[in-house]
Design a protein around this ligand. Sequence first.
Ligand code: HEM
Length: 81
Amino acid sequence: MKEELPEYSKSQLALRNGQDKPQIWIAYKGYIYDVGESRLWKNGMHYEHWAGQDLTEELYDAPHSDAVFSRFQVVGILRSL
Ligand code: HEM
């Protein structure tokens, strides 16, 4: 449930970019996903995109849908303010 997930600010998310902290997280439509297990997000980079940020808008230009998130766990909610 959404209410049970921890909230993170944009700056907390920014540290999970695969460089500053060991975690590799990305936000999509308010949810934060842990993509640390993905070969395709190694070191926080995925094609021209970096982890540690909200990539909701960028997905429109991706060659895939948001079905790619299905195998990843939601670890939190992105705080909107
Ligand atoms: C230029 C933009 C992008 C390119 C060329 C790209 C390319 C790809 C390719 C080729 C795959 C693996 C094949 C597939 O599942 O279709 C993939 C997987 C994935 N992409 Fe992207 N992508 C882009 C943007 C994005 C964005 C903006 C996000 C996040 C909002 C994203 C999230 C993911 C995730 C989570 C996976 C699954 C990784 C896995 O299963 O290990 N991608 N992407």
